[in-house]
Design a protein around this ligand. Sequence first.
Ligand SMILES: [Zn+2]
Ligand SMILES: [Zn+2]
Length: 251
Amino acid sequence: MRFPKRALLDYILNLLLPVHCVHCHAPVQERRWGGACPECWSSLIRVEPPFCTKCGEPAPAIEGLCGLCIKGEHAFDFARSALLFTRTLRDIIHHLKYSDRVSLAKPLGDILKECLEREAFTGDLIIPVPLHRSRERQRGFNQAELIAERLGRPVAPRLLCRRKNTPSQTGLTRNERKRNLASAFQMRGEVKGRVIVVDDVYTTGSTMHEIARTLKRAGAERVEVLTVARVANEIYRADETDIAAGASITQ
Ligand SMILES: [Zn+2]
Ligand SMILES: [Zn+2]
């Protein structure tokens, strides 16, 4: 019997170093799935309309803009997320960030690429949300950068830097988050034209607001935002996503 090369390689690797799904702990036979099983990947929930035409916030009966966009609360011009922040996705992102399961960045990046191509993005330069230097040194990588590398467009990972090592924003109100983030980012060079800021999770949009302000002050004409996950607001929160309120989301 002949194995395709890839299957044979996976077979040998599974004998030597078996991989178990980060969410359901089932054995993962094919390495291309990273550290989660195909069932868990296919259980992820796409963000689908209806959502705010500007910031992409899902809401059951929204037409046009959400309340925050009507009030002009977001300095960015356009935002979309690929998936709702469900328990399964929380585990996948958590293991990517804190357990060095960097193989998870590939499938996440591929899901994000689909979203980038499907939605009306116009930017041509990708800027991953930076970590503070000390955090990146401690982790050894920036997850936003790993994901951004799968998008097939030019990436500028060092153009923007994080000056403040902001503590976890969990449990803070929008205004407290804003105050925490004021002057948190700084440019290391010039920027012009249209850019796409990429991150793993979009929570309240405060981080993206502050980044967009920084980029626009430095010359960006249009700032678009693309994230893997979207923490759904209370009206929308379904059973699977009810973790959102107490979820621990740090950089
Ligand atoms: Zn699984
Ligand atoms: Zn909106």
